[in-house]
Structure formats: C-alpha cells, structure tokens
Design a protein around this ligand. Structure first.
Ligand SMILES: *Cc1c(COP(=O)(O)O)cnc(C)c1O
Length: 241
C-alpha cells in the first residue's frame, strides 16, 4: 500500500462512517499525524491534497515544519497534538496554527501571553482526560458527563481558558484508551460529545470542534460526532520505535 492508497482508504472509511449516521463528510477534518516520519512523507501526502498535519513533539517539529515549508508553497496547517512542556511553549506559536493539547490553565495562560505579544490568534482545543487513565494528559473529566462536581470544575477552568486573549477556543480533544475492540472506546467519545453540549450551554460559548479518533477507532469517533480525526498509522504506516 502506498500513501496514496492509504489516503484513499481513509477517506472512504470517513465517508462510510458519516453515511451510517447521516453526517456530511465535509464536517470531518482529517489531520494526518506525521510524527516520526520524515518531511518527504509529509510532502507526498500534501501533494495528494492533505492539508492538515499533526505532530506531538516540539523538538521534532522545530526541524520538520521549516524543512517541509522550504519544499512546498502549499498552505499547510500544523496541529500540535502532544503534551507541551512549559519550557517548550514559547516555540509553539511560530510553528503551529492549532493546538489540541491544552491540558492546563497554566499552559493556556502561557500561550495566551505569547499570542498577545505576537498580536495574533491561536486556535486551541482543551484536552480532556475522559477515560480516567493516569497515563493520559488533560483536565480530569472522567465521569463528568454525569457527575455534577466534575462538570462544575470543568466549567470553571474552561470558562477561564475561553476568556484568555489571543486564543480562539474551538472545542475539546480526547484520547480514547487503547483497546482491542473499538466499540470499547465508544463511551469515551460519547462522553466527550455530551460534555461539549453541557459546556456550550452553561458557558454560552460555541465549541464547534471535537478532536477524537485515531487509526484504530476513528470510524466510531465519527459516529459519535468527531469533527477532527487524527490519523497516523493508517496513512504513513507503522512507526519505528
Ligand atoms: C500518535 C497520535 C495520534 C495518531 O495515532 P495513530 O494510531 O497512528 O493513528 C493521534 N493523536 C495523538 C495525540 C497522537 O499522539
């Protein structure tokens, strides 16, 4: 399978998932996760029409994103999807147009300061830890779709993030647990969708985006309302360790 075959396959799978639940595939943005893969792989996907790319490490991005930019005039959109260490935050605004991994008020405040200095706006999503796994980043949201105290804490923090200057809060992101059967990830996606609805109502803010779904579970995520899917292996193949 070539990258072209893989992209076609993923696009067909996105269309089929949308068809099952009566959604328009134009409402689902494909972010090709190019972490660990060289600039040449990004350029190949870009030439095939992929516009959005995801990376999870600032160090890798500092080399890769300028290298790709030097080789193509295509207007690519770079999405930061991994945890950002405080000392790396200052490199994010010049590299990325969207950050999915805002996992604390502290990081949001830092990014806000940087964007105000630049006199620019950064699109951000707040990462929620819906599954409750200790290994995952994000504001704790496990049980938040039903537990009032957890929802109130999220309202407080996300309300503060949404008020920060220089940031455009677009929505929520989560990572589902790694499971054999993607059906087991469905409740996590459904909970993120419920939390989005609850937060939009109580905070009276738009949260248009739900970033959820990866190679093993994106059809299920789309059925539950994903507007952004982050797909690595199904496009670029297995990553080397
Ligand atoms: C690596 C990664 C992905 C893509 O994972 P695949 O299983 O390769 O599709 C998506 N989201 C995040 C946050 C990641 O780190």
């Amino acid at each position: 399978m070539t990258i072209a075959d893989n992209i076609n396959q993923v696009q067909e799978t996105i269309q089929a998932a949308c068809a099952r639940v009566g959604r328009d595939p134009a409402q689902v943005t494909l972010v090709a996760v190019s972490k660990t893969h060289p600039p040449a792989a990004v350029l190949q996907a870009a030439e095939l029409g992929v516009q959005h790319f995801g990376e999870n490490r600032v160090e890798e991005s500092e080399v890769k994103i300028p290298a790709v930019g030097a080789e193509t005039p295509l207007p690519l959109v770079w999405h930061m999807i991994g945890h950002i260490q405080s000392r790396k935050a200052k490199f994010v605004p010049s590299l990325f147009q969207v950050v999915h991994s805002v996992d604390s008020l502290r990081l949001a405040t830092r990014l806000s300061q940087l964007m105000v200095e630049r006199k620019e706006i950064l699109d951000v999503l707040v990462e929620l830890n819906v599954s409750g796994e200790g290994s995952k980043s994000g504001l704790s949201a496990s049980g938040g779709a039903t537990d009032k105290a957890i929802l109130e804490q999220l309202q407080l923090e996300i309300g503060q993030i949404s008020a920060l200057p220089g940031l455009n809060l677009r929505g929520l992101m989560t990572m589902a647990p790694i499971v054999e059967d993607p059906e087991l990830a469905r409740p996590v996606f459904a909970d993120l969708a419920k939390l989005r609805t609850a937060l939009m109502e109580t905070l009276s803010i738009p949260l248009p985006d739900l970033s959820m779904g990866m190679t093993d579970d994106y059809p299920v995520a789309i059925e539950e309302g994903a507007t952004i899917v982050r797909i690595g292996r199904a496009i670029f193949g297995e990553r080397e360790k």
